[in-house]
Design a protein around this ligand. Structure first.
Ligand code: AMP
Length: 197
């Protein structure tokens, strides 16, 4: 099963991805995590991405597409995967279709998280405060100012990915402000029948 989690930052995609991994045994491919790892390792991609990420802007399409193209070739992604944070632009969505087409594969469902932006800002402020309280450093892009910038990037660029998948009949709306277990139930109800556990 190949899924896409689509929604603004802070919508709970990561939490739900974790549950999908446990239930369905397919890996989460988070371009944000892969980019952060590249930054931590100081690779060429990481050096290109760091300043862009810290500013809450989008890393160039070709960089992210390259990372995903390599990652879906790995053995653990053969049975399926959960894409989290990708595609974020229409060219990325088109590139993904081409990558999958070439392998005779397709996306089974796109889970479109719908949220209230003001509540999201409050959620991210809480996440930053909790992280600090736990004595851990807050991600530079999880400060409220940069978070607002990321939301704006989402509205300007990623919102166009929503109609791309709606037109293809793949999109399922998920009420992302519901309690976590409710969101999980909505997601399980949206999966292809043969995939439901
Ligand atoms: P995330 O953890 O998904 O919120 O991603 C953190 C940051 O990584 C984003 O704010 C972007 O700078 C970058 N990033 C992650 N995924 C993508 C993508 N698909 N396209 C462009 N930039 C991305």
């Amino acid at each position: 099963m190949r899924l896409i989690l689509l929604g603004p930052p802070g919508a709970g995609k990561g939490t739900q991805a974790q549950r999908l991994i446990e239930r369905h045994g397919i890996p989460q491919l988070s371009t944000g995590d892969m980019l952060r790892e590249a930054v931590a390792k100081g690779t060429e991609v990481g050096r290109k991405a760091q300043a862009i990420m810290d500013a809450g802007q989008l890393v160039p399409d070709e960089v992210v597409i390259g990372i995903v193209a390599d990652r879906i070739e790995e053995a653990d992604a053969r049975k399926g995967f959960i894409l989290d944070g990708f595609p974020r632009t229409v060219p990325q969505a088109e590139a993904l279709d081409r990558l999958l087409d070439a392998k005779g594969l397709r996306i089974d469902a796109v889970l479109e998280f719908q949220v209230d932006e003001d509540a999201l800002v409050a959620r991210i402020e809480k996440r930053a405060a909790d992280t600090l309280a736990a004595g851990k450093p807050v991600r530079k892009d999880d400060t409220p100012e940069v978070f607002r910038r990321r939301l704006q990037e989402f509205r300007q660029l990623t919102a166009a990915v929503v109609p791309y998948y709606r037109e293809r009949g793949l999109s399922h709306t998920i009420g992302g402000m519901a309690p976590i277990d409710d969101v999980t139930r909505q997601i399980e109800g949206a999966l292809p029948v043969e995939a439901r556990v």
